[in-house]
Structure formats: C-alpha cells, structure tokens
Design a protein around this ligand. Sequence first.
Ligand code: ZN
Ligand code: ZN
Length: 157
Amino acid sequence: MTKSTPLLKERSRLSKKRLLLSAAIPLLLLGAFLVSSRLTRTEVSFIGTKAITLIEDYDGPQKKITVTNQTEVGQLLRTIRLVPKRPCACAHIHRVIFHKSGGTLEVSICDHCFAVEIPTKRRNSHRTVEYEMPPEFYAAFRTLALRRSNENWMVSP
Ligand SMILES: [Zn+2]
Ligand SMILES: [Zn+2]
C-alpha cells in the first residue's frame, strides 16, 4: 500500500501530461489553420486600392478604362465576394488591374472567372488563384464598358 502511492502519483502525472498534449494538438492545428487562412486572405486583399483599370485586349488597339474616383472605386470593391472555383480553360480578353499603394494586383476575367494573379517571390512570375466571377462586379464592369459605347467593348449589352 505504501509502495503503490508513488506509482499512482506517477501515473496520474502521466495522464495529466497526456491530457495536456491532447489539448495542445487541436490548438496547434487551429493555430496553423488560422495562420494559413490569414495568409490566403491577405494575398488576395484589395484593401488600399486607389484606382482600378479595366483592359480589353482583342483585335486592334488595347482598350482601357481607369476608375480613380474614390467613391466609384469603393463601390466596385464592395461588389467583390470571392468564392473559390476550379480553374477552367477559357480564353480571356479582359483584365482588371487594382492599383494599391504597395503595388498592383492583376485579375483576368470573363463572365464566370475571376482569376487573381498573385506575384510570387520570383521576378515577373505569378500563380493564378481562381474564383467565381462575383455577379455584381461583372455587372459593374459591363456598365463601365458599355458607357464607352464608341469603343465597342466586347461585352454583351
Ligand atoms: Zn471558363
Ligand atoms: Zn473564364
């Protein structure tokens, strides 16, 4: 009886350790998840956008519209809700460039794609992250393009 006491103590200390460990693992996993989700979020952040340029590259000279009015820029940004999607192989003739204080972020678009080109550490290289085209953003883009009716942007009226 007197001999078993220290053993019991040792056992309870061990199980306490195990308990702490089993509590720590989910916490560690949660931490890793939060860090990685924060990374992906900051990667595609449009915060700090001062101007937005819409570009059409199709037959003939490049067409370009730049929105610099802060109210209009804000309205455009608010239409962006990003939902990830599988990449598709469609060809795009439109691009949107977000001019941020720290650089630019380019997005290749069509009526159903919003492909963000994230610069990598290597110079002049990027990786593409595909999202569904936010319908409100596309509607705003179309309105802006159609306003330049004399330029004949390739968007359906
Ligand atoms: Zn497609
Ligand atoms: Zn597309």
